[in-house]
Write a protein that binds this ligand. Structure first.
Ligand code: FAD
Length: 554
């Protein structure tokens, strides 16, 4: 077999690719680790980074792909959570706002971007006093040192200019406030790569089947990789499997210190021209709030909040979820949005945690729960994307109690994610870079917001093969080099990984890239060692994935 693109398989220590994966599988077989982490969502990846940065020997195993669970299916907001103010949970809001600030300024300025929202006012004075007081508190909880502007009032006229699509007969003005936004799946893989860069061993497509133990405590776990069961030795095992944690407790025969309730949240994606607005919109609904969020050339609308007891693997939106979002949005939008405008839909499951009645092992905050029921086993669940770094530090703090040596405190506050260093300088060079690599300035800008200073890897690929600067789906904004990069550097192992999580063609483009899925599979096949049969299977798998996501439209 020839490997035409193998020249792009880099070997620096932060890459995730087939070669790295097989090396790390060998390490799983031969080494003893301080920590074995179950789950490659944002929390598990954050734990791997936190622990590796403290000098611990860390392995992370993920049964599917990075962010394949809840971490690719959020509202993609890095926020304090305005609604927690109504519950007087000021500590939580302050903590999340602090995290938001650090991400925008130092940790991930390439990935986490400030975003404005308008809160439409219906009753001019009453709403303004009540909501304004809440937003003032929200701003004050962050304090003076801030990366985003303070909230402000806008008049009816300014409102019409900012958000033309709000029904003028219903709104009297608005309040503009700021939070931030992130591509969650891309952020998670960047956290995982940063963990790798700090020395973590990382294997996706690896499922923990059982925990191993002696009367003294946990000794590791049995991990199934590529059909083989490996006994991975570790001083501590940390379950960071989100909604799957409860299942793991049952499998391991360990009494959980908390219960997980799954709550389904659905989003729909609309084209930019469906809503005329220069900012995001937040609408209060009878149940919660609805966000209308700018997302590149699209709008992301959500979310719902319904009890869920179905399959964890494939949470699917139902027609009634879609109706709810459209109906709530149409209470204020004019022209009204229509079902046939929907480009795509996704559903995610929130792991909502509550304490088990008779547990003495849990340390519960409103946000997340760390459970340490026996020596060598820690689990963490709940919380939200925004506070993953704090959650990770808390989990590692609990785990090191079972490691008999002195371990430093968490240092992730001052660790920028890969791609952050040098990002701001590159932003100043966009026109020059576009000219040098024969791509548009829009393309460079977009890639900088996805890769930061790692964009140099992509440029190196283009320098070797100019064809890689061409778009893969006309109008979708992704170039061929990014497809290859997903498998040579970012650990993608399937067509779904590439199309749905490294690139976002699955959710952003009306065709979902189905017309080019074979071409993309053929491009990555040599790197992943796929045969013609494998390519066929992957294309069918991707078609099935899209059919499931879009089921609510039938
Ligand atoms: C609709 C919705 C909207 C949201 N919006 C926001 C938002 O705007 N802002 C915000 O801050 N938060 C938001 N959240 C919350 C946030 O997305 C989650 O808190 C976060 O993503 C959870 O991450 P996690 O790593 O704990 O779980 P997950 O991302 O689910 O990761 C768990 C991983 O464990 C793996 N796994 C399971 N079993 C095993 C096993 N046996 N072996 C190996 N691996 C295994 C799974 O494959 C999975 O990848 C939202 C959530 C939802 C559902």
């Amino acid at each position: 077999m020839t490997y035409p693109y193998s020249k792009h398989v880099a070997s620096n220590k932060s890459v995730l690719n087939p070669e790295q994966r097989s090396e790390d599988i060998s390490e799983l077989k031969s080494q003893e680790f301080d920590l074995l982490i179950i789950g490659g969502g944002v929390v598990g990846s954050g734990i791997a980074l936190d622990a590796a940065a403290r000098g611990l020997k860390v392995a992370l195993v993920e049964s599917d792909d990075f962010a394949a669970g809840t971490s690719s299916r959020s509202s993609k907001l890095i926020h304090g959570g305005l609604r927690y103010l109504e519950q007087f949970d000021f500590k939580l809001v302050r903590e999340a706002l602090h995290e938001r600030e650090m991400m925008i300024t130092d940790q991930a300025p390439h990935l986490v971007k400030p975003l404005s929202f308008v809160y439409p006012l219906h009753k001019k004075y009453l709403d303004r006093i009540y909501v304004g007081a809440g937003l003032m508190l929200y701003d004050l909880l962050r304090g003076k040192l801030r990366a985003v502007p303070w909230h402000r009032y806008i008049t009816f006229g300014e409102m019409r200019n900012e958000v033309r699509s709000l029904n003028p007969e219903l709104v009297t003005g608005g309040l503009v406030y700021f939070d931030a936004q992130v591509d969650d799946a891309r952020h998670t893989v960047t956290v995982a790569r940063t963990a790798k860069d700090h020395g973590a061993y990382i294997v996706t497509g690896a499922t923990v089947r059982q925990i191993t133990r002696t009367p003294e405590g946990i000794t590791g776990a049995v991990v199934e990789v590529d059909g083989e069961n490996i006994n991975v030795k570790s001083k501590v095992v940390i379950a960071a499997a989100g909604i799957w944690n409860e299942e793991l407790y049952e499998q391991f025969g360990i009494k959980p210190g908390y219960k997980i309730k799954m709550s389904k949240g659905v989003h729909i994606i609309l084209p930019k021209d469906a809503i005329d607005a220069k900012t995001g919109i937040i609408i209060k609904t009878s149940l919660s709030v609805l966000f209308i969020i700018p997302w590149g050339n699209e709008w992301l609308l959500g979310t719902t909040d319904t009890n869920y007891t179905g399959d964890r693997e494939y949470p699917v939106a139902e027609s009634s979820d879609v109706d709810y979002i459209i109906n709530e949005a149409n209470k204020v939008l004019l022209p009204k949005i229509r079902r046939e405008q929907i480009l795509s839909i996704y559903a995610g499951l929130r792991p909502l945690v509550s304490p088990a009645k008779d547990s003495s092992t849990t340390k519960i905050s409103r946000e997340h729960t760390v459970d340490h029921p026996l020596k060598g086993f820690v689990s963490i669940a709940g919380g939200k994307y925004t506070t993953y770094r704090v959650m990770a530090a808390d989990a590692v703090d609990a785990a090191i109690k079972d490691i008999k040596r002195s371990v430093p405190k968490s240092s992730t506050k001052s660790i920028p994610l890969l791609g952050a260093a040098g990002y701001r300088n590159l932003v100043k060079q966009i026109p020059g870079l576009a000219q040098s690599y024969s791509v548009s300035t829009a393309c460079v800008e977009r890639m900088l917001n996805r890769y930061g200073s790692l964009i140099s890897d992509i440029f190196q690929m283009i320098a070797k093969d100019a064809d890689l600067a061409n778009e893969i789906v006309p109008g979708a904004g992704y170039i061929k080099a990014e497809v290859l990069y997903a498998v040579t550097h970012e650990g993608a192992r399937s067509l779904v990984d590439v199309m749905a999580r490294r690139l976002r063609i699955a959710m952003e483009h009306s065709s979902h890239g189905l017309g080019v899925s074979r071409e993309i599979a053929e491009m990555i096949a040599p790197i992943l060692g796929w045969s013609a049969t494998d390519i066929h299977r992957e294309v069918l798998g991707y078609e099935g994935f899209i059919a499931t996501e879009m089921a609510a439209m039938r």
